[in-house]
Design a binder for this molecule. Structure first.
Ligand code: SAM
Ligand code: GLN
Length: 299
């Protein structure tokens, strides 16, 4: 249906109404962002030009974005990007939108590197399993100038988007993106490569819980990025078992975890001789969100 011209104020009100109908969490903020995106102006412009008349074609475009968002389609997939650790990441369908929660793990790893002389004096090798958009990989590369990062994802789409983000941030010289299953691409490199740090935000939602998540996640984000098997712990088991072969002595293994997985992770790590000093950190919401363990080879 072709809409007539409307003022910015009218579009704003329409936006809030439509998004409220869809039970979207932040109707006002989302409307601001979608409207400035559709008009190609910044947010302030919306407030300072409320009486400006917008022509029908742009009105139609905005209304179709609104109707998409109303179904729960992620805002970031429409806008095409998401901020993480102060950096801008391109995102899109098929790739997990980086979460603020994940900054807990990234900040912690940066702290660990900066606090250990052996990690900040030399070049260090880091492996990130499950690249996604590149949120963890690229922010570590950006903030740790002595780090060389290898990053693996099985998803073609994630691999492609991470490539774009690597280039955008100018980090190609220290980041190697690999496509494949867990440690396999590292094995295929056929070098005797070992890592100071292995890090991962793997899929960790129990399969049966995915449909209970908000529709932005359950309907539109890739299952491949979320599904951690029956108890959510499949990837932790595999990575914990696989990492001793690839960790340097006195290396570090770090994971993002679900809010209720702390004790499971502690147990899984304790089962393998060599992991010690296992500690858990909470996110800003006070929920357990990351675990780090040291690795010491037993001879
Ligand atoms: N690191 C990103 C972040 O924190 O925003 C993405 C994390 S997402 C929760 C998990 C990622 O693991 C997804 O990109 C998914 O494609 C990838 N993945 C799933 N199974 C995998 C496998 N067997 N091997 C490597 N990566 C895998
Ligand atoms: N934190 C994400 C969510 O709650 C899950 C990401 C993951 O499985 N690693 O949707």
């Amino acid at each position: 249906m072709r809409k007539n011209n409307m003022t910015i104020q009218q579009l704003f009100e329409e936006g809030i109404k439509v998004l409220e109908e869809g039970n979207i969490q932040n109707p006002m903020l989302d409307t601001q962002l979608l409207l400035s995106y559709a008009l190609d102006v910044d947010k302030v412009y919306i407030y300072t030009h409320r009486d400006r008349i917008i022509e029908g074609e742009t009105v139609d475009n905005f209304l179709s974005l609104l109707n998409k968002r109303k179904t729960g389609y992620p805002l970031q997939y429409i806008l095409g990007d998401q901020e993480f650790m102060g950096l801008n990441f391109k995102v899109g369908e098929g790739v997990l939108v980086p979460r603020p929660d994940t900054e807990t793990l990234v900040e912690w790893i940066i702290e660990v590197v900066k606090s250990k002389e052996k990690f900040n004096k030399n070049t260090i090798n880091i492996l990130d399993i499950g690249t996604g958009s590149g949120a963890i990989t690229l922010s570590l590369a950006y903030y740790l100038e002595n780090a060389r990062i290898y990053s693996v994802d099985i998803s073609e789409k994630a691999h492609k988007i991470a490539k774009v983000n690597t280039k955008k941030l100018g980090l190609e010289s220290r980041v190697t993106l690999l496509k494949g299953n867990l440690f396999e691409p590292i094995k295929e490199l056929n070098k005797d490569i070992k890592f100071d740090i292995i890090v991962s935000n793997p899929p960790y939602i129990p399969s049966d819980d995915i449909d209970t998540l908000q529709k932005e996640v359950s309907k539109y984000e890739p299952r491949l990025a979320l599904d951690g098997g029956a108890d959510g712990l499949d990837f932790y088991r595999k990575i914990i078992l696989g990492s001793p072969e690839y960790l340097k002595n006195k290396g570090v293994l770090g994971f993002e975890i679900g809010y209720n997985q702390g004790s499971d992770l502690k147990r899984l790590l304790e089962e393998i001789e060599g992991f010690n000093n296992i500690r858990i950190r909470k996110d800003l919401a006070g929920k357990e969100r990351a675990v780090i363990a040291n690795w010491e080879k037993s001879n």
